[in-house]
Design a binder for this molecule. Structure first.
Ligand code: SF4
Length: 169
């Protein structure tokens, strides 16, 4: 910030920095809640933890109005194409948080019907460990994602676990 000749403050910045600032502070999450982890997400949206302090309280249930896909719970192979379709219907830029061990790695459902990690279906930006993760862990994931949006060069982009995602379940 500097002073102009008439004594008014002048702010200089970069356009992409302003855009990133707006994006990271106005995330619109779409919860893909399939199991108990979704209850913890409800907790973080309520008044005690109050995710609105971080600008991410505007939960949407239409992918076209959301830019943060929050997968909370077990994902079966039958649900995988639906999850993928929801992800594809979201407008760019978009991000994904994988909440809990079930979404991130299948959890203790190591069986024929459970996807062993949603990064086989959608690229994941931030993982949350735990079963179930505490609401504070969700807040920390949001902060990590905000940091990633702020410094895209410093953080690797979201990746699939497999080279080519499989959707022919
Ligand atoms: S990680 Fe635990 S709490 Fe979350 S969906 Fe799986 S079993 Fe439920």
């Amino acid at each position: 910030m500097g002073m102009t000749g008439e004594g008014f403050p002048a702010i200089t910045t970069r356009r992409d920095a302003v855009v990133a600032w707006g994006q990271k502070n106005s995330l619109w999450p779409m919860p893909f809640g399939t199991a108990c982890c979704a209850i913890e997400f409800m907790g973080v949206a309520a008044s005690v933890f109050d995710i609105s302090r971080f600008g991410a309280e505007l939960v949407r249930f239409s992918p076209r109005q959301a830019d943060l896909l929050l997968v909370a719970g077990t994902v079966t192979f039958k649900q995988a194409p639906i999850l993928r379709q929801i992800y594809e219907q979201m407008c760019e830029p978009k991000w994904v948080i994988s909440m809990g061990v079930c979404a991130s790695a299948g959890g203790f459902y190591n069986n024929y019907c459970t996807v062993q990690g949603i990064d086989q279906v959608v690229p994941v930006d931030v993982y949350i460990s735990g079963c179930p993760p505490r609401p504070e862990a969700i807040l920390q994931a949001v902060l990590k994602l905000q940091d990633k949006i702020d410094r895209p060069q410093a953080v690797p982009p979201a990746q699939f676990k497999v080279k080519e995602p499989q959707f022919d379940y």
